[in-house]
Write a protein that binds this ligand. Structure first.
Ligand code: ATP
Length: 571
């Protein structure tokens, strides 16, 4: 065993065994999941009545933790009184719903888009376009103007009404939605904070259920999340906060490192994990060039025997269509897959990522086209047999909206599928089942598919109270856009936010900006979120990292990486 390995094991052991409260500052690939699950399975022991909450940012991470418990033959470690899930779900399940008045049911939405809530002054703007924030010092709520999209900024700037009027209209719209029984994650957090300060009758049961609460990926917690964690800590619930501040990529949703740092200080004890169990030395060195503070590269705990260099691919990014390899004119993805092949890495082990999905090869992406294109997408998802549950769910909702429009032409057309079912007086689950069956029985999308869909609509068995009126709700317009050849490609492609926490033998990062090199060389990762995004992307790689940049960016980047001792090759 070498020294790096021994140090990495020892550091993990410290994080597993230290008593809470505890802050764990971990580098990429530090084995946070291993540490958290080992801590849960090994101790400090919890009594029968006391459980531990393991909270992650994504459902996938929670599933991984549950799987680890099952793999170690400890299924009981996933059951009550323990809680393994997302922070969002925990706040709702453990901190809010037990305390809601019985006569006031609320539904948690993942976004205001689910009910198509709009703020309407002289033009409509979706309520989901406004980011609400809470000042932890004053408890005052505001809307982050800096997080408004470019499109919504233009709409507001050209409106007759000023920003303040839009803010109050957005607040009023949200209040009306609350009164109608809907909240999103932000409002659920406000309720949690209110209940946490309500007194012993609320906090007592929480303290007796949880001997420890562990929060992973805490760098992406919002200011309000950190406020909730601080409140839990101050109530005496042992808290373990695990974070990699360099990987913070959610500042648009109000994540802030300063508040996290304050919490780390308040917790009083920090364990550092600087060994990277995932990546090669070259990748650790490349990653170090993307973070602040001139810290030395993390140690590669298990470097591969042969280290491929970092590959820079000169790339052309057309306004529309696929990016191409500048020297050969082939799709850039093919050039990358060839490099992976040289190192014995199969396409199925490759990941292609970028900040924006628009630069990625289309694959299972929800299309933005007309209703026929959307329904055709639903058909492909449902018939694929391999799509994950969220995609199938979304596909059923696309079809359910269409069926409801056709069967109940007089019911309101706005609101969630659930709200439309309620308005039509039908059971939501029944409509979703019918939607699934309806799409499943359709033929494969083709140029005159719309006629087939409308024939199927007319002959489909109808739910109670359905009363179609002429062509209302039938499909019209242009035929569905055909799927692209890469739609069924064997490699994975996802934007940077979706690849967080994952790892792949080979990764291609597409960075189309025309100032990549200047930002990479002299930008401040503390202030430039793109740099942190690139950092996340690069650190997903185990053996091979390739970066597609504009041709004029290649030379300065090569010179810089070479100066920082990152072995690289222009491919
Ligand atoms: N003690 C260990 N022994 C063997 N393998 C380990 C150990 N710790 C971590 N690993 C492996 O290292 C890899 C990285 O671990 P993990 O995915 O938990 O990292 P992470 O800390 O969540 O990183 P990131 O924040 O970058 O996603 C995984 O393949 C994991 O199985």
């Amino acid at each position: 065993m070498n020294a790096v390995f021994e140090q990495a094991v020892a550091a993990q052991e410290r994080a597993i065994a230290a008593k809470a409260p505890l802050f764990v500052r971990a580098c990429p690939g530090a084995g946070k999941t291993h540490v958290i699950v080992s801590r849960h399975l090994r101790g400090p022991s919890v009594t029968l009545r006391h459980g531990r909450a393991l909270l992650s940012f994504t459902r996938a991470a929670a599933t991984q933790m549950r799987r680890r418990c099952h793999r170690d033959a400890r299924p009981e470690a996933t059951a009550f009184p323990h809680y393994i899930g997302t922070l969002d779900a925990f706040i709702w399940d453990a901190l809010v719903t037990p305390h809601l008045p019985a006569n006031r049911p609320l539904q948690l939405l993942d976004s205001w888009e689910r009910v198509q809530a709009e703020v309407n002054l002289d033009r409509p703007i979706p309520l989901s376009g406004f980011t609400f924030a809470r000042d932890p010092k004053t408890g005052q709520e505001s809307i982050r103007r800096d997080l408004l999209s470019h499109e919504h900024t233009l709409l507001i700037n050209s409106s007759r009404y000023g920003w303040d009027r839009w803010v109050s209209a957005a607040m009023e719209t949200r209040k009306a939605q609350f009164q109608a029984g809907y909240v999103t994650g932000h409002e659920s957090r406000l309720l949690a904070l209110r209940y946490l300060s309500a007194g012993e009758h609320v906090t007592g049961p929480l303290r007796s259920r949880f001997a420890e609460i562990v929060v992973d990926e805490a760098q992406d917690c919002s200011v309000t999340d950190v406020e909730i964690m601080t409140a839990l800590h101050r109530l005496g619930i042992p808290l373990v906060v695990v974070a990699d501040p360099d990987q913070m990529i959610y500042s648009w949703r109000d994540a802030e490192l300063r508040t996290l740092r304050d919490l780390a200080v308040e917790l009083g004890q920090t364990v550092e994990l600087n060994g990277n169990w995932r990546s090669s030395r070259t990748i650790c060195q490349a990653a170090a060039t993307l973070r602040s503070g001139a810290r030395p590269p993390d140690s590669a705990v298990r470097p591969p025997q042969v280290e491929p260099p970092l590959i820079l691919l000169p790339t052309q990014f057309p306004k529309s269509g696929a990016a191409t390899h500048a020297s050969t004119g082939r799709p850039i993805v093919e050039a990358f897959l060839d490099h992976a092949q040289v190192h014995g890495i199969q396409p199925a082990d490759c990941l292609i990522t970028a900040h924006s999905r628009s630069y990625l090869p289309a694959k299972n992406r929800r299309p933005s086209g007309n209703n026929a294109t959307m329904l055709a997408h639903a058909w492909h998802v449902i018939r694929s047999g391999t799509a994950d549950q969220a995609l199938v769910d979304d596909a059923c909702r696309i079809a359910a909206r269409m069926l409801l429009r056709y069967w109940y032409p007089d019911a309101p057309v706005n609101g969630s599928v659930e709200a439309r079912c309620t308005a039509a007086g039908v059971e939501f689950a029944g409509i979703v089942r019918r939607a699934y069956g309806f799409v499943y029985r359709l033929p494969e999308p083709h140029t005159s598919w719309i006629t087939d869909v409308n024939t199927a609509l007319k002959s489909a068995s109808r739910p109670p109270g359905a009363n179609p009126r002429g062509r209302t709700g039938q499909l019209g317009g242009k035929p569905p856009k055909p799927r692209t050849a890469t739609a069924t490609a064997p490699f994975r492609s996802d934007n940077i936010h979706q690849v967080k926490g994952d790892e792949h033998p080979a990764v291609l990062l597409l960075a189309p900006d025309n100032d990549v090199s200047s930002r990479w060389i002299s930008g401040d990762p503390g202030a430039d979120e793109s740099l942190r995004g690139w950092y996340v992307a690069v650190t997903r790689a185990q053996r091979l990292i390739a970066i597609g940049v504009r041709t004029d960016q290649v030379e300065p980047l090569t010179a810089y990486l070479t100066a920082r001792r990152v072995t690289n090759l222009v491919g």
